[in-house]
Design a protein around this ligand. Structure first.
Ligand code: S5P
Length: 252
């Protein structure tokens, strides 16, 4: 007997964190569970991609430290404008992995000043419960399990990581390739319709697979969109596939 999943409406009713609520509201309003990963290396590419895919996504995931010409005023200010224009959130995939004090400095200082613009961030939980205390003003998506071949996120690791994620008030969800309890949102990267891997350890599944088998909430798509000839068309295709797969997963 396959267990049925909760709908976005049901999850919205139970959501405690303002960022969880916002994500679920955007999903329902845009009929999208798509997060585009903008793994591009210039401000121009980042802003062009955000403008093209913005209407079809609920969040844009960044690796802000790969932008070679980063300048707060030229990169972040227009990115925030595009997020407001197209109604999506900014998810900085920083994957913090240090002691609380260092994470706090990485989050608030340096050139990126992530705390000033990100709606939510990713963090490893390897530093323990208190290492997540510094992310007070944003949501945290905890890395529970990774998508790459040979990852050390074993069953036992994931169980311990989930204990932290479920009990920490700053945590809104987890990144994983396995189901998680419904109290937190599930974000699943490693999604691609054309490829099964990238030759560098990444392993891909389809939207259908992750909604059916993991009951994921949000899919994260990088190269499937930003490497496509027509990024906007690709975003629409992933959005439609993802939404259909979500609706199908409700019916089991
Ligand atoms: O386990 C993970 C966790 C993350 S956040 N596996 C991942 O691939 N990611 C991220 O998702 C990764 O850093 C990249 O930004 C994106 C996947 O990109 P793609 O091009 O392979 O779709």
């Amino acid at each position: 007997e396959e267990k049925t999943r909760s709908s976005y409406e049901q999850k919205l009713k139970n959501a405690q964190h303002s960022v969880s609520k916002k994500l679920l509201e955007l999903a329902l309003a845009k009929q999208s569970n798509l997060i585009a990963s903008a793994d591009v290396t210039t401000t121009k590419e980042l802003l062009e991609l955000a403008d093209k895919v913005g209407p079809h996504i609920i969040a844009l995931k960044t690796h802000i430290d790969i932008i070679s010409d980063f300048e707060y005023e030229k990169t972040i200010t227009p990115l925030k404008d595009l997020a407001a224009k197209h109604q999506f959130l900014l998810m900085e995939d920083r994957k913090f992995a240090d002691i609380g004090n260092t994470q706090e400095l990485q989050f608030t200082s340096g050139v990126f000043k992530i705390t000033d613009w990100a709606d939510f961030v990713t963090s490893q939980v390897i530093g323990g419960f208190e290492s997540l205390d510094c992310f007070k003003n944003v949501g945290v998506v905890a890395i529970i399990g990774m998508s790459s071949k040979g990852t050390l996120t074993t069953n036992e690791y994931r169980e311990e990581a989930l204990k932290i994620a479920l009990s920490h008030p700053n945590v809104i969800g987890g990144v994983s390739q396995n189901p998680v309890p419904e109290e937190i949102l599930l974000f699943t990267p490693g999604v691609n319709l054309a490829d099964s891997g990238d030759g560098k350890g990444q392993q891909y599944n389809t939207p259908e697979y992750v909604f059916k088998n993991l009951h994921t909430d949000f899919i994260i798509v990088g190269r499937g969109i930003y490497k496509a000839d027509q990024a906007e068309e690709a975003a629409i295709a992933y959005k439609n596939e993802g939404w259909k797969a979500y609706l199908d997963s409700l019916e089991k």
